[in-house]
Design a binder for this molecule. Structure first.
Ligand code: N01
Length: 547
């Protein structure tokens, strides 16, 4: 069929709007996927987006202190030389408002918004085998139909509000960081309780403490953190970035994590204890996720990891003046970076403020929320506002909250009952022409996200171009290829210390009842890219293509 002949109709409850490709989500991935399919392949492509604007995770996560942990010059698209040259970041790490300005600039520059349906939340997507089309329904009852369905729903977009009894009786206000009100929250003079000390909570606590009357942080699991050392970018650095895009991208594409720094080749015990200490001190002063790159074996060898872990625990004890608080904060039970390592601005220093208190939920678990605050087994903490920095139903959550059904009505929720299973993190057997950008089974959250996103979008676009060249209408992963990839995902995780953090969201452990399966692919982005390229070069090995 000539794609240009596809008729477009306005969707209504009884009439489906038809296009070649439907993309769910207008964040980094959905925006680029639209550009690639529409402007490179000439497809009729549409994006369906629940929010009122573009931005995905950055549209929703407007909590105080929201800032990217990737350095700004690497947290952007690389597909357009002109875009790289014209955009200038202002700080070492981009804050949420600046990222939103960037994404809106991209959307306007490439004319994307005209093909994005905002305020449109997808609730169901069913594959109709006889027509080889995906029939998609929205919350408002609109219907869409497309040959290809591409989920660009993000990995961390389904807020996890823990089911703590009594929340509905709370007389104050409560917020989840991932669904933050656009008008902001006035903390002045308020007694605030924050639950959660992951990357988000560690970013938010210092900013909330500075604004609130009093902040109580409820910590279940103590966490490492390294100073971000955010600064305004100098003109010199901005010039360096403008001159050096190709070299910077080469580094990003050559490392396992897609960041613009190289992981040291030395191992932790290749140097003396004094040298190791000096290297950790230098990395601490430099700040950021690069701390992890001090030695190449930090995530593979527990003894090596212990040296970094002890260095970081000591830093907490040095920074936090009250020894009891320092002991609770530094009582960390998992290897460094086995959970996503946070970076911060004055997080541990915040506990030296007079208006901040820490509650150790391991010693006094929460019993319930009362109308006046939070009650633990040891007492009640009066609060006006509760902030849930409690993370997300990560990776599978955003996909499984849509009623996705493949061939013969098979539900994705059933196919993934025991945990996610797919081929290359891109396709699920039984779900033809469905592609999942940065889904489970791909490096995604273990990597600087725009790098993984661009690789997936480009692979999917090339795949669809190949199908059209070959007159193929359908692509589907073979079950045996999927089984092989599930084993590879497990093998890659088991070669690292990552599965040792038993409460990690990488394992789904933060959501009660969720299967404990290590979800992202830990084999590294550079290696993963080679695997995907080899599969394509062998005529999409492991997939069945049919007309
Ligand atoms: O969520 P988390 P997050 N009672 O799941 C606690 C990315 N990110 O929003 O560890 C009490 O990491 C939970 O405790 P525990 C980044 O990839 C990126 O902070 O489960 N506490 C933990 O302390 C990150 O990893 C940027 O025991 C409860 C916290 O809540 C990911 O988002 C910035 C609880 C949740 O931590 C998620 O981070 C920020 C309960 N019932 C985030 N339930 C960037 O810079 C949960 N907790 C790009």
């Amino acid at each position: 069929m000539d794609m240009s002949e596809v008729m477009t109709t306005t969707s209504s409850p009884d009439r489906a709007e038809s296009c070649d490709a439907l993309i769910i989500g207008a964040g980094f991935s959905g925006m680029y996927q639209l550009h690639a399919l529409r402007d490179r392949l000439g497809l009729k492509a549409l994006v369906l987006e629940a929010g009122e604007g573009v931005g995905g995770t950055w549209y929703w996560n407007r909590y105080p202190g929201a800032r990217c942990d990737s350095e700004s010059h690497s947290y952007c698209y690389g597909f357009s030389k002109e875009l790289l040259e014209e955009w200038e970041w202002s700080e070492r790490y981009p804050g949420q408002p600046e990222i939103m300005r960037y994404l809106n600039h991209v959307a306007d520059r490439f004319g994307l918004k005209r093909d994005i349906r905002f305020n449109t939340r997808v609730t169901a997507a069913h594959y109709d085998a006889s027509a080889n089309r995906w029939q998609v329904t929205t919350e408002a009852g609109q219907r869409y139909s497309a040959q290809y369905l591409i989920t660009a729903v993000g990995c961390l977009s389904t807020a996890n509000v823990p089911k703590i009894p009594g929340l509905e009786e709370f007389a104050g206000d409560w917020y989840h960081t991932g669904q933050w009100p656009h008008e902001g929250v006035d903390f002045s003079g308020k007694r605030v309780g924050q639950i959660g000390t992951g990357s988000t909570g560690i970013q938010a606590a210092p900013v909330i403490a500075a604004a609130a009357g009093h902040l109580t942080v409820f910590q279940r699991t103590a966490n490492y953190s390294v100073p971000a050392r955010n600064v305004p970018l100098t003109d010199e650095f901005k010039q360096y970035v403008k001159r050096s895009h190709p070299e910077i991208r080469q580094v990003m594409h050559g490392t396992p994590n897609g960041h613009p720094f190289v992981i040291a080749e030395r191992k932790a015990f290749d140097v003396t204890a004094e040298e190791r200490q000096a290297l950790y001190e230098a990395a601490w002063e430099k700040g950021g996720l690069q701390f992890r790159a001090t030695f190449q074996d930090l995530l593979a060898d527990k003894a090596a990891n212990d040296t970094a872990a002890e260095f970081l625990r000591n830093k907490i004890r040095q920074i936090v003046r009250d020894p009891k608080t320092a002991a609770i904060l530094s009582d960390i039970d998992h290897p460094y970076a086995a959970k996503r390592p946070p970076i911060d601005t004055d997080y541990f220093e915040t506990y030296n403020r007079d208006n901040v208190a820490l509650v150790d939920l391991r010693a006094e678990p929460i019993e319930r929320i009362t109308p006046g605050g939070i009650r633990t087994t040891k007492g009640e903490y009066p609060l006006d506002i509760i902030v849930f920095a409690t993370g997300f139903d990560a990776m599978t959550g955003p996909l499984l909250r849509i009623d996705i059904r493949g061939r013969d009505g098979q539900r994705l929720a059933d196919a993934w009952e025991a945990g996610p299973r797919n081929y290359l993190g891109l396709q699920v057997a039984g779900f033809p022409n469905l592609f999942t950008i940065t889904g489970p089974g791909s490096p995604s959250v273990l990597c600087n996200m725009p790098v993984c996103i661009e690789q997936h979008v480009e692979w999917i676009t090339d795949c669809i171009a190949h199908m059209r060249d070959q007159g193929m209408a359908r692509i589907e992963a073979k079950p045996e290829a999927m089984e092989g990839w599930v084993q590879e995902v497990n093998r890659a995780a088991d070669a690292t210390l990552l599965p040792q953090a038993k409460h990690s969201w990488y394992l789904g452990a933060n959501v009660p009842g969720k299967p404990r399966v290590f979800m992202p692919y830990a084999g590294g982005m550079a290696h993963y890219r080679k695997i995907c390229d080899a599969v394509a070069a062998k005529g999409y090995e492991g997939f069945v293509l049919s007309d």
